[in-house]
Write a protein that binds this ligand. Structure first.
Ligand code: GUN
Length: 292
């Protein structure tokens, strides 16, 4: 193996320690504790787990969290009314509506109802629009893509002028990651289900961000020697040697790619811990914007 491992667990720990220290200083100076509201509509097991992790991170870092569960049959009006209530609450600095929402709800309208300065997920159409425009800055950047770019910079990878490939065009990861890379002056190709000759496109990349949700999709011989790889995928691979019957692997064949790349993130322990760390950083910044 030649690649250096980008240790997301350690880097997330540093970010969280920094946030924790700044929160403690604010509180010692008499400012209110930053607060994050989490809205979960329905009872999806994975979403409930993510929300619990976000609440725990708030507690660990000295922030308040306000959990606002809603029943699966909540109406559009009820969800938007809750967002309005949270917008008006000065104890709430950040609002996170866990996605996906049930199908009967209009996700765009719900996200649009969030106060721009409380949009710690960065999914408000105006924040995404600003991310896409030259000379404009969003108030917040979506947490997982923000974490990806943070890891690349921390590893010392040069983004300006690099050829970057993003696999996947989701609203949550792929598309905002591509927009962020453009802001960093990379030349970006977005690969998706209709892309032709994916291998050849990937072979040209100095930076690969894989967020396609397909187990070990990127093979070692697609990777340009010296590339930096950020693997966002989390897939369950059957493994009889594990008690739970599977192990987690990414969207990149790690063993193969690590022989060719210069930098690679492991799964787990790469991007995963960064998402919550960046959410905490965004929530602290929301408090700073609203209270300072
Ligand atoms: N669902 C999957 N990832 C995310 C995220 O980063 N934020 C929210 N709100 N929902 C998600």
């Amino acid at each position: 193996m030649t690649a250096k491992i980008i240790d997301g667990t350690a880097i997330a720990k540093e970010v969280r320690a920094e946030v924790k220290e700044k929160v403690a200083k604010r509180v010692a100076a008499g400012k209110p504790q930053p607060g994050l509201a989490t809205v979960l509509v329905g009872e999806r097991v994975d979403s409930a787990t993510y929300v619990r992790m976000k609440q725990k991170a708030c507690a660990d870092l000295g922030m308040n969290s306000f959990h606002r569960p809603m029943p699966i049959d909540a109406t559009q009006e009820e969800v938007e009314a809750l967002v309005s209530e949270l917008n008006a609450d000065p104890a709430v600095n950040g609002i996170l509506v866990q996605l996906p929402l049930p199908d009967h709800l209009d996700e765009e309208k719900v996200l649009q109802a969030i106060d721009l300065e409380k949009d710690v997920d960065g999914f408000h159409p105006i924040n995404i629009g600003r991310l896409a425009q030259k000379g404009r800055e969003p108030v917040f950047v979506p947490c997982t893509p923000y974490g990806c770019i943070y890891l690349l910079k921390k590893a010392g990878v040069e983004l300006s002028g690099a050829n970057a490939v993003v696999l996947g065009r989701s609203n949550i990861v792929g598309m905002p990651a591509a927009l962020l890379l453009v802001k960093e002056n990379a030349t970006v190709t977005v690969v998706h289900s209709r892309t032709k000759n994916i291998e050849d496109v990937v072979r040209n990349a100095d930076i690969i961000i894989a967020a396609i949700g397909m187990m070990e999709f990127v093979k070692g011989d697609w990777v340009k020697p010296g590339a930096a790889i950020i693997d966002v995928g989390i897939n369950e691979k059957p493994d009889d040697t594990k008690k739970r019957g599977y192990r987690l692997v990414g969207d990149v064949n790690y063993e193969e790619a690590a022989e060719v790349a210069d930098y690679i993130t492991p799964v787990p322990g790469g991007v995963g811990p960064m998402t919550i760390a960046m959410l905490m950083a965004n929530t602290l910044r929301a408090a700073e914007i609203q209270q300072d």
